[in-house]
Design a protein around this ligand. Structure first.
Ligand code: ADP
Ligand code: MG
Ligand code: MG
Length: 253
């Protein structure tokens, strides 16, 4: 099972001048096997939602709930949320100098499984995932994201997804900064993950481009910290033509 249920989620971001409300009651249910695309203009709070779900300390859930297979995530640490099965690919992946990609993944995998992966087969696990993302196996020994190009960082996030195989993947603008070949490679990786069947995907984007490769089961329009419209993939087609204008205007009317 991989059910993520978000109920009336309100989130503040910590700013220099105090807390600022960004999410104003998000409701969203992702059931096992579903791929949800969240689309919305810049600044609408998409990343805030992703960070709040993952437990970033700068984002405070002031009310509401988020459960993964019945486990309440709010109040859990970042590690505990990961252990519950949640994975976040960040819009801006962070560099971890001095920690190799292989060791980083090994530490994460050990924490998730409660036991270390077999030493003998581990290099193959990592090089297999890198190869599937069309990255050089040498990346295994390089520090996480350090000196990676924008596109390599994004592929690296999907390498993590491949190796860690969480229940639910929240992918924040995984398509931004990718050239057309890389979009396909990243999309293939997400599709392989989703094809296992018992997984859930929350794909945050503001371009419809990646949806040519990944067929969402649900599409949501996100404006001003709320979901203002939901539909099937035809909603993405409509957004491609008309943009967010109509939804933004309705919110501010
Ligand atoms: P999106 O991902 O949809 O582009 P974000 O979640 O990044 O939107 O941002 C939502 C709003 O929250 C924006 O107005 C942004 O300026 C504000 N915000 C996010 N983080 C901070 C922060 N650390 N300090 C001040 N404002 C922030
Ligand atoms: Mg943004
Ligand atoms: Mg964002």
């Amino acid at each position: 099972m991989a059910d993520l249920v978000i109920t009336d989620l309100h989130v503040d971001v910590e700013t220099e001048s105090g807390p600022k409300p960004i999410l104003h009651g998000v409701n969203l249910t992702i059931k096992t096997g579903e791929i949800h695309a969240i689309m919305g203009p810049n600044g609408s709070g998409k990343s805030t939602m992703a960070y709040a779900l993952a437990g970033h300390p700068k984002y405070t859930i002031t009310s509401g709930s988020a459960t993964l297979d019945g486990v309440e995530l709010t109040g859990l640490s970042v590690d505990e949320r990961a252990k519950a099965g949640l994975f976040l690919a960040m819009q801006y992946p962070v560099e971890v100098p001095g920690v190799s990609t292989s060791n980083f993944l090994r530490t994460a995998k050990t924490a998730l499984d409660g036991q270390a992966p077999k030493v003998r087969t581990w290099p193959k696990v990592v090089s297999g995932a890198l190869t599937r993302l069309e990255m050089d196996p040498d990346f295994a020994t390089r520090s996480v994201n350090e000196g990676f190009s924008g596109g390599e960082k994004k592929r690296g996030e999907i390498v993590q997804l491949d190796v860690l195989n969480p229940k639910v993947a929240v992918l924040d603008e995984i398509d931004s900064g990718l050239d057309i070949d890389a979009v396909r490679i990243v999309a293939d990786g997400i599709n392989r993950y989703a094809a296992q069947g018992d997984r859930g995907v929350l794909l945050i984007t503001h371009y419809t481009r990646i949806l040519r490769y990944i067929e969402p089961t649900h599409v949501h329009v996100f404006v001003n910290g709320q979901i203002v419209e939901s539909g099937g993939k035809e909603l993405a087609d409509e957004l491609e033509i008309s943009g967010y204008d109509k939804y933004v205007k309705a919110v501010h009317a």
